[in-house]
Design a protein around this ligand. Structure first.
Ligand SMILES: [Zn+2]
Length: 172
């Protein structure tokens, strides 16, 4: 019975060849700073940036469309955002929620910060998670006990968002 379920959902299964980059060693230093500096030591999944902020697809997405929005300055505490950065972060959150609505029409979102490594952050550099949630995701994940199953690679996600932003650019 389990096999039949797996076969019927075969099209949803993730193409692991596209995740080959995950096997490359983690670089020294802060990954968000390296991405902001356009280092060739990291995979660049940036979809938008200006002088102060960068928005990127999470290299280890929880779900398709999982985005990270970060100040380019290496800060750890949300209270270190200055008064001109706070409204920009809020505006970016609004923009990217609308973009994700248009591309993925998720049924819900998890939005928030893990501030500090003990809170679950894997990167110390402050970043806002926007995680779309889908009604059937639990059922699919349950098929493989304890393993997350993705239906889209982070590179595909990046390309879809960049394509939409190319047609509808915005500046802050
Ligand atoms: Zn950093």
């Amino acid at each position: 019975m389990k096999n039949r379920s797996l076969n019927s959902l075969g099209e949803y299964f993730f193409n692991f060849e596209k995740m080959a980059y995950l096997k490359t060693p983690k670089p020294e230093g802060c990954i968000i700073c390296l991405i902001s500096e356009k280092s060739d030591k990291v995979h660049d999944l940036t979809v938008w940036e200006n002088e102060n902020f960068i928005a990127m697809v999470n290299l280890y997405p929880y779900n398709p469309g999982h985005l990270l929005i970060a100040p380019k300055r290496h800060i750890i505490d949300i209270r270190a955002l200055n008064p001109s950065e706070e409204p920009q972060l809020h505006a970016l959150q609004r923009r990217f929620l609308t973009i994700l609505d248009r591309i993925y029409t998720p049924s819900a979102y998890n939005i928030g910060f893990n501030m500090g490594l003990p809170a679950g952050a894997s990167i110390e550099h402050l970043h806002l998670h926007i995680i779309p949630r889908y009604p059937r995701e639990t059922g699919i994940a349950d098929l493989i006990a304890g393993t997350r199953v993705l239906v889209e690679s982070p590179i595909e996600t990046m390309n879809r968002i960049k394509e939409l932003l190319h047609r509808n650019p915005f500046h802050l």
